[in-house]
Each structure stands twice: as structure tokens, then as C-alpha cells.
Write a protein of this length. Structure first.
Length: 146
């Protein structure tokens, strides 16, 4: 990810290396995807949607390696991993909207986009097990142990 701190270390003069969303931290990968208030708020919404409680301070590596113990089944791990990647994708897309267009989504809009995109990705790739749209929105954690 070409965050400002990485570009700065490579000698690209950006003048400002602070987070474009919160202006409250240096733009690193961990800050952008996890620790930025905008990202934390979105991860908390995603965790709430999945009935997983409060999102805690985990490194991006743990999240993207799927090391969160949310499921014991391989299907459950796969769909949770897909949701994590879609969330990270939208966080980065939202950051780019701010950098290039000067605007960002509200968290409820971003969560809705994550629900739609992750359902689409999983439904198209998973042929053996069907995911119901209504239960995907209302109680997706039922799929964690399928
Ligand atoms: Zn930030």
C-alpha cells in the first residue's frame, strides 16, 4: 500500500505525511487500516454486524492472516477472511476518495457497501454452500460454523 510514510521513506516529498482522513496520526499501513478513528469505527461496525463484540487493537497482519479465532470451520474462516479483505479494501478506497476527491463515506454507508460487496464475492465463488441475503444482513455469524 502506498501510504504516505512509505512514499516519504522512498524520497518522494509529499510535504504532509499525516492521515488524510483524521489528520491525527502519521499515515502508516497500520494507522490507515486499523488505528485511524474512521477505520476503528468501521471495524467496530463490522464486528457488531457479526456479533463479535468490540474490535480490539490487533495488528493488520493478524487480521489479514485470518488469525482471529472467529470460526473453527474452513468455510467460516474463508467467509470471515473475505469480509476482512472487503473491509480493508473499502477503508483504502475511502482514503483514496478523500485524497483524490476531498470526500469520504459515512460509516453506515461504508458498512452497507461492505455487506453488498462481500455477499457478492462469496456468493459468486462459493458454489457448494448457499448464503441467504437476509441472513447475511441480519445474522451472518450463523455461517461461521457451517
Ligand atoms: Zn487517520
Amino acid at each position: 500500500m502506498p501510504v504516505k510514510m512509505k512514499l516519504d521513506k522512498r524520497g518522494i516529498d509529499l510535504h504532509l505525511v499525516r492521515c488524510p482522513l483524521c489528520d491525527d496520526g502519521l499515515e502508516t499501513v497500520d494507522h490507515s487500516l486499523i488505528f485511524c478513528n474512521h477505520s476503528l469505527d468501521l471495524w467496530n461496525r463490522v464486528f457488531g454486524w457479526w456479533n463479535l463484540g468490540q474490535f480490539s487493537n490487533l495488528s493488520m497482519g493478524e487480521i489479514l492472516r485470518g488469525n482471529l479465532p472467529v470460526s473453527s470451520s474452513s468455510f467460516g474462516k474463508k467467509i470471515w477472511e473475505a469480509v476482512e479483505w472487503v473491509c480493508a479494501y473499502f477503508i483504502w478506497k475511502n482514503r483514496n476518495n478523500m485524497v483524490f476527491h476531498g470526500k469520504c463515506w459515512t460509516t453506515p454507508v461504508a458498512l452497507n457497501e461492505i455487506q453488498i460487496k462481500s455477499f457478492g464475492w462469496i456468493s459468486r465463488r462459493e458454489k457448494r454452500k448457499k448464503i441467504d441475503w437476509f441472513s447475511w444482513l441480519s445474522n451472518p455469524s450463523i455461517y461461521l460454523n457451517m
